[in-house]
Design a protein around this ligand. Sequence first.
Ligand code: SAM
Length: 215
Amino acid sequence: MTALTRERMTMPQPSKFWDRIAERYAKKPVADEAAYQKKLQITRGYFRPDMEVLEFGCGTGSTAIAHAPYVKHIRATDISSKMIEIAQGKADVGGVENVAFEQTTIEDLDVPDESLDVVMGHSILHLLADMEAAIAKVHRMLKPGGVFVSSTVCIGDFMPWFKFVAPLGRVLGLMPLVKVITRRELEASLTAAGFEIDYAWQPNRGLFIVAKKAA
Ligand SMILES: C[S@@+](CC[C@H](N)C(=O)[O-])C[C@H]1O[C@@H](n2cnc3c(N)ncnc32)[C@H](O)[C@@H]1O
């Protein structure tokens, strides 16, 4: 039995965790509304009306729906079918027609190389088993000159000890897989994949980054 198979058998599956908390997540207010609005504004500075956008780990869809009027199309994906159901409900109520919500993981997502203008992944990179593989995949999906926009909690910078707590919380089903990464590690992963950091802002514990693929 491989280590990965053993882990899959003993750890709760991430989709189950996120399905379970989706209703509560949808009702939770944004922690820092002013910072969130500024991140939306900065992201829009990179948009054009003809752009094809992907968001992975879109949760209940608020960010994709907020950006929908500024681009041609957004494919918004999440591992949790419950999150996607809530997101689709919001889009239906708002009459949003250019966002396609879809239940899939970043690992299984099939996107042709160099086909996207912008990829967004917010509060998700530190939740992935293989962040480097996801970043490399995003780099492949982007057109030359395309950008990857991401907000990530770099827990390693303010709670490095959390790496001892996280595995226990996960086994007990109280939290998903959480990687204790630092800002330096995240920036190094992005540059190792071929990105240049075009913009970085850290208003709170979340690091907001726009990483650009060479034109
Ligand atoms: C902390 S929430 C962030 C949601 C949203 N991006 C936001 O900023 O509010 C993390 C989301 O990532 C999703 N997720 C976790 N692992 C994933 C994976 N491997 N592929 C795609 N989505 C995943 C979860 O279902 C959840 O909706």
